[in-house]
Design a binder for this molecule. Structure first.
Ligand SMILES: C[S@@+](CC[C@H](N)C(=O)[O-])C[C@H]1O[C@@H](n2cnc3c(N)ncnc32)[C@H](O)[C@@H]1O
Length: 273
């Protein structure tokens, strides 16, 4: 489907040079799924995660806007223990790879097409920057194994799903894959049709053997959704405690959703208290 290419870079003068707010609900959901999997893997995978690969890694961290910080506090999200407090204290939002590093010492390979962001990873402890020209090449040139974790989060995966999904699933079949999707179906019929086609493809291709969760884009009037998909490796799926993973992901996603719904249902009346 033809669509203008989206970019995170704002025109000159926008605070932080970004067109989105780091630490938004999608970032929270992604961090929640990533850290839930890391925690589960300590018991679920006898050797833990052996290698983390993030071919669309962004920057190591991002400035957290005052509004976003307020949102955390109002929503009671300060009690969500998965966010590394040190980053928040410094007014920063950690990337997924930085979160991974704060919870695991396993080798980590990152890449970003943006030279400035890529350069920042060169000074990040324990990160290896892949020698490639594109994140999709990093994926295709890797040799994923059972206890590896791949995170795929380019902007607007749905705009390119038809050309990418089959190869992505085939390549990452031996390992666990976490995929973030920004779902705009509620906005336009053409997005909805495309999303239905994507989900139909996934279900047909995997027999429905993936874990899925979503939250709204924002509490005010969600017109899109943040979605996470976890495609487990054969090792993860075969783990005697695999059911605990699905249960933890469900429980924590519902908690996040409950915080959003409260803000959505009652608006901002709590500002009086
Ligand atoms: C949503 S951000 C990544 C966030 C990061 N995965 C995290 O969870 O913290 C998407 C990043 O993908 C990068 N990107 C987009 N297309 C790419 C490509 N073809 N190859 C590598 N990086 C790409 C962008 O420059 C951007 O920094």
């Amino acid at each position: 489907m033809a669509r203008d290419k989206w970019t995170w870079k704002a025109k000159d003068g926008t605070p932080g040079g970004l067109l989105y707010a780091p630490g938004n609900w999608g970032d929270l959901l992604k961090a929640l799924w990533l850290t839930t999997f890391i925690t589960w893997s300590r018991e679920g995978l006898p050797d833990g995660i052996r290698h983390y690969v993030d071919p669309f890694a962004g920057a190591p961290d991002y400035p957290l806007g005052a509004g976003t910080k307020c949102g955390f506090l109002r929503g009671g999200l300060e009690s969500f223990s998965y966010i590394d407090r040190e980053y928040l204290r410094k007014g920063l939002w950690p990337s997924s790879a930085a979160l991974f590093r704060s919870l695991s010492t396993a080798p980590m390979t990152v890449f970003d097409v943006d030279a400035e962001r890529r350069e920042r990873w060169r000074n990040f402890p324990g990160a290896t920057v892949a020698d490639a020209g594109d994140g999709w090449d990093v994926l295709q040139s890797g040799s994923p194994a059972g206890n590896d974790l791949y995170l795929v989060d380019p902007y607007d995966f749905l705009a390119q799903w038809r050309g990418k999904t089959e190869a992505l699933l085939a390549k990452t079949a031996p390992c666990t894959l976490l995929l973030y999707v920004y779902n705009r179906s509620a906005k336009k019929a053409e997005h909805f049709r495309e999303y239905r086609a994507f989900r139909g493809f996934l279900d047909g291709r995997t027999g429905g053997e993936y874990i899925f969760g979503r939250v709204g884009s924002d509490p005010f009037l969600p017109s899109s959704h943040h979605e996470m998909y976890l495609f487990p490796s054969p090792e993860a799926r075969g783990s005697p405690v695999f059911a605990l993973l699905a249960g933890s992901l469900e429980r924590t996603t519902l908690q996040l959703d409950a915080v959003m719904r409260k803000l959505s249902v009652f608006g901002n009346q709590h500002r009086f208290f």
